[in-house]
Design a protein around this ligand. Structure first.
Ligand code: PEP
Length: 250
């Protein structure tokens, strides 16, 4: 882990209901505890739950994000879309973009790039997901795939201060299978080196996502240069999410 801020992103995907929001007492307490002041907790529920979540976490340091946004940044006749402006207005600060589950629904690198520009224009921060399939890895194409995703998604972006990179091997999302620490460390340093070569004098923030849980976090937290974790399934259970955060910091 780095000595800087440590990010824990809770991605609820298309899950969650009001009763889950009511059960966030311990995360709220943890976020306000000075002992965890380097911890940044970002909850990304479905759009429909964002305002209810705000009601519950008002007195906490928890940050709220959305799981996607439109590439139309403002208001307009785009039925079904949710623009970065609307997301910003409701008080959210982050948006996850490029998640493999959205890529499966048609988001190309080009579309993701448009979304990034739109979100940055509305001063949202971005969690940009990149990752390879198992097939890519077996064919030794991991790094070329990641490089392509980075290059195309970041086209005409000059500053990465407001972007957190989430490395999520697709074969690890929701499967319970995680890369070995030495492989992950190697891949993450390659990603960091590549981003640094494109964005001179800038320091990329990189988090890992893929089946993180209270058991494997004990190993994962030893990965150098990592700025935190994106947690899907386990973030739906408050006790597991709190456990992950606590175990990372002891
Ligand atoms: C994710 O939603 O990006 C994710 C990593 O999910 P999970 O933790 O369930 O693998």
């Amino acid at each position: 882990m780095t000595n800087n801020n440590i990010y824990f992103v809770a991605n609820w995907k298309m899950n969650g209901h009001l009763s889950l929001i009511k059960r966030l007492k311990n995360v709220v307490i943890l976020s306000n505890n000075k002992k965890y002041k380097k911890i940044k907790i970002i909850y990304c529920p479905p759009f429909t739950l964002i305002s209810k979540l705000f009601d519950k976490i008002k007195k906490s340091k928890i940050i709220v994000g959305s799981q996607d946004c439109s590439y139309e940044d403002n208001y307009g006749p785009f039925t079904g879309d949710v623009s970065p402006k609307l997301i910003k207005e409701i008080g959210a600060k982050y948006v996850i973009l490029g998640h493999s589950e959205r890529r499966l629904k048609g988001d190309t690198n080009k579309i993701i790039n448009r979304k990034i520009h739109a979100a940055l224009k509305q001063k949202l921060k971005i969690i940009l997901c990149i990752g390879e399939t198992l097939n890519d890895r077996k064919k030794n194409k991991t790094f070329s795939v990641l490089k392509k995703q980075l290059l195309l998604c970041l086209k005409k972006i000059n500053n990465i201060d407001n972007i957190i990179f989430a490395y999520e091997p697709i074969w690890s999302i929701g499967t319970g299978v995680i890369p070995l620490n030495n492989i992950l460390e190697h891949d993450i340093s390659k990603i960091i080196k590549f981003i640094k070569s494109k964005f001179k004098n800038q320091k990329p923030k990189i988090i890992y996502g893929g089946s993180v849980n209270p058991e494997n976090i004990v190993k994962l937290k030893h990965i150098k240069n990592i700025n935190g974790f994106l947690v899907g399934g386990a973030s739906l259970y408050e006790n597991k999410f709190v456990d992950i955060i606590k175990k990372t910091t002891i």
